[in-house]
Design a protein around this ligand. Structure first.
Ligand SMILES: [Zn+2]
Length: 267
């Protein structure tokens, strides 16, 4: 297995390609573990930009615009461990089960990803082994280590959403995403709704499901961790100023939530 895996990885990712996993504050003391499945938009050089014009790689279909800046700043402010994926979800989507049709998308919004059409099983496996698996293996390892060390883990999965999807305007500034956790999402919703002027989505613009998500069901729910997803509208965090403002707001809110969880002896 090990030799198969390394062989495939070397075929897909060469010396000039970045490693798939980005981490920050690995020793952070916070109970919050931050993940970012759509943090980056790198493409392995061998895949030649997937045949897409450069403009498409600037769009939300390639990554979660603005979330990297929010995630980095929030990680610093909370002193929380951040684990993020550097490769574009158009190569392989790290928040989809690998068996889902949308794992390696043929179309995203209205853009056909022609390089993903008719992909050989071996080529799809290479993407999974080189990009998807190291990311999720690392998240699992970190949760295991924290558990062994007696540290609580509250999983927060960070995303951003396009303000206009296929012509439909989305009114929310931010949404919480969840499926089975009944502890953390209500606290987060309450805190966000107490902020002046915010339109807050409750499982909007998406809800979490086992079929359409991976990080929350596998690392949060299956392990019994408190968890939530967060979706921030991309026009609010497209620039550094907005990213910092949203990181400031979320750091304050999660600081208050940590106090609440400790008082309730949930962590
Ligand atoms: Zn996302």
């Amino acid at each position: 297995m090990a030799s198969d895996s390394s062989g495939d990885t070397s075929l897909l990712l060469g010396a000039q390609d970045v490693p798939p996993v980005h981490e920050d504050n690995a020793g952070g003391a916070s109970p919050f573990l931050l993940t970012s499945d759509h943090y980056g938009r790198a493409i392995p050089r061998i895949l030649r930009d997937l045949g897409l014009p450069a403009g498409e790689m600037e769009r939300h279909i390639a990554w979660d615009i603005g979330i990297a800046g929010v995630a980095d700043a929030l990680s610093q402010q909370l002193n929380a461990h951040l684990i993020a994926q550097r490769y574009s979800r158009l190569v392989i989507d790290c928040n989809r089960p690998p068996q889902a049709a949308s794992s390696i998308p043929l179309i995203s919004e209205a853009t056909a990803i022609k390089a993903n059409e008719g992909l050989a099983r071996e080529a799809a496996d290479a993407r999974r082994r080189a990009i998807f698996e190291p990311y999720h293996r690392r998240i699992a390892e970190v949760i295991d280590r924290r558990s062994r060390d007696g540290l609580p883990t509250v999983l927060v999965s960070l995303h951003s959403f396009t303000p206009d999807y296929a012509g439909v305007i989305r009114p929310w500034h931010i949404g919480t995403l969840y499926q089975r956790d009944t502890r953390l999402p209500p606290l987060l919703l309450k805190a966000l709704r107490a902020e002046a002027g915010l339109v807050v989505g409750d499982n909007e613009p998406y809800a979490v499901s086992d079929e359409t998500d991976y990080t929350i069901p596998v690392h949060g729910e299956a392990r019994g961790l408190m968890n939530t997803g967060i979706e921030i509208r991309q026009d609010l965090i497209a620039e550094a100023t907005g990213q910092q403002q949203w990181a400031d707001r979320l750091a304050r809110i999660f600081g208050d939530i940590e106090t609440t969880l400790r008082a309730q002896r949930l962590i």
